[in-house]
Design a protein around this ligand. Structure first.
Ligand code: NDP
Ligand code: 2IT
Length: 447
């Protein structure tokens, strides 16, 4: 899609100042494409150069993370924290441990996070971090040493009022525990609100583990409701088999849908009678194994090595693994096979040309910055419980999550309507997020 002349100039500047960061370029382009009509209605935002400022992270931190493996060999990883925007609250966003992590990836995630967090209407700014460390095959001791070394540098940039990380790919409760332990030791402060995704016994919140997957499904349910439809009997394909995928599958099954496939980076599992969650959790959460092992526990399922999960016919696709995992070709296959809806559990999993194809075909499309915001929203609920030294029940917390997802859906739908793109959740999410951050930036002055 084309940008008007002014936005084109801003985008060219972003390209020039951030070379070789294709994922960051992609997310900026996505937002700029939506916000043209906003500037016409709100000239003050243009006057204060809000777009130019929003595209420039407030602070970018890159650091060396030395660590030793179990054999005593020394490794040097690279750590990142991009503190993108704190107009609405402390920087907030996850940490990713994956070998593909680089500055451009962290910036794309931090940019998305800024808009996503605004959509939750909670007091959280946007940030993201991580390292190019590959946790696959590493022992528990190696993971702990890595987390301790990472935090030994990062602690100085964090604080419950400053910057509050959580998990993302390769970072879950175990890693948050080691990171929190090291932060507590270095600072000598039991500052619970400095990290979210903690364990229930030491300051964590009920439902945070489930929140991203559950929230994505609540969002999908709201989208279907606009067409007088529901999830009952829908056939679904969920890519990935990590935190987001597992709990998306759980909630889809609870709401009467049938999930027939999931995956990891080694291939896809096809279970026409429905994925069995206990077995999937056993393989991925308890054993930390590869997805091929699942078919040993479910004889009705088949494993397709390096198989493309989007070749499996479904009504609803929920990409929940990583960025750009669903291409235009995949979207064409999905549509040909009768798929009418794609909802993003992951961050930016659908390529721009795939999104366009889905929109042109009239399929429902739920962008990640709205659909997967339940994770970070529940992180904000965790911060709220930590600040008041309280802990809520599962039922209460899940009701809060449900109502937040309903509100996010409503603001996206209403904003899309107000800006003459009814049903377009990409425009709705980008504009609503931009307006919330932009107005706060104007109010806080030129800082
Ligand atoms: P996990 O590490 O728990 O799981 C990631 C899953 O995706 C694994 O099955 C992994 O397979 C697969 N995967 C990761 N990278 C790749 C890759 N490059 N190619 C193919 N498969 C890949 O992470 P999460 O479930 O937490 O995160 C999944 C997505 O959801 C990410 O985009 C993340 O940013 C996003 N997200 C996460 C939130 C959270 O609260 N955790 C909140 C909102 C969004 P393998 O094990 O083989 O690598
Ligand atoms: O992408 C995301 O929203 C996350 N990884 C969760 C961030 C958080 O702070 O809970």
């Amino acid at each position: 899609m084309t940008l008007d002349e002014k936005l084109e100039g801003i985008y060219d500047d972003v390209l020039r100042r951030n070379p070789a960061e294709p994922e960051f370029h992609q997310t900026v382009h996505d937002v700029l494409t939506s916000i043209g009509p906003v500037l016409a209605k709100h000239p003050d935002l243009a006057e204060h150069k809000i777009i130019e400022r929003i595209c420039e992270p407030e602070r970018q931190i890159i650091f060396r993370v030395p660590w030793q493996d179990d054999a005593g060999e020394v490794h040097i990883s690279r750590g990142f924290r991009v503190e993108f925007n704190a107009a609405l609250g402390p920087y907030k966003g996850g940490l990713r441990f994956h070998p593909s992590t680089n500055l451009g990836v962290v910036k794309f995630l931090g940019f998305e996070q800024t808009f996503k967090n605004a959509l939750t209407a909670m007091p959280i700014g946007g940030g993201k971090g991580g390292a190019d460390f590959d946790p696959k095959g590493r022992s528990d001791d190696e993971i702990m040493r890595f987390c301790q070394s990472f935090m030994t540098e990062m602690y100085r940039h964090l604080g419950e009022y400053t910057d509050v990380p959580a998990g993302d790919i390769g970072v879950g409760e175990r890693e948050i525990g080691y990171l929190f332990g090291q932060y507590r030791r270095i600072t000598n402060r039991y500052e619970s609100g400095v990290l979210t995704g903690k364990g229930i016994g030491w300051g964590g919140s009920q439902v945070r583990t489930e929140a991203t997957g559950y929230g994505t499904v609540f969002f999908a349910r709201e989208m279907l409701r606009t067409r007088g439809d529901d999830l009952g009997g829908k056939t679904c394909v969920v890519s990935g088999a990590g935190n987001v995928a597992i709990y998306a599958i759980e909630k889809l099954e609870q709401l009467g849908a049938r999930v027939i496939a999931c995956s990891d980076s080694s291939g896809a599992v096809h279970a026409p009678r429905g994925i069995r969650l206990d077995e999937l959790k056993q393989v991925k959460l308890s054993e930390r194994g590869r997805i091929a092992r699942y078919v040993e526990l479910d004889r009705d399922a088949t494993f397709v090595e390096h198989g493309n999960i989007w070749d499996i016919p479904c009504d609803l696709a929920v990409p929940s693994a990583t960025q750009n995992e669903l291409t235009r070709r995949d979207a064409a296959t999905l549509l040909r096979n009768g798929c009418t809806m794609v909802v993003e559990g992951a961050n930016m999993p659908t390529t721009p040309d795939a999104v366009r194809l889905l929109e042109e075909a009239g399929a429902l499309f739920g962008p990640g910055k709205a659909a997967n915001a339940g994770g970070v929203a529940t992180s904000a609920l965790e911060m709220q419980q930590n600040a008041s030294r309280d802990s809520w029940t599962f039922e209460h917390t899940e009701r809060r999550l449900e109502s937040i997802m309903t509100s996010i859906h409503r603001i996206c739908a209403e904003t899309a309507e107000a800006y003459a793109t009814p049903g377009n959740y990409v425009c709705g999410a980008n504009i609503a997020g931009f307006l919330r951050v932009g107005r706060a930036m104007v109010a806080l002055g030129l800082v």
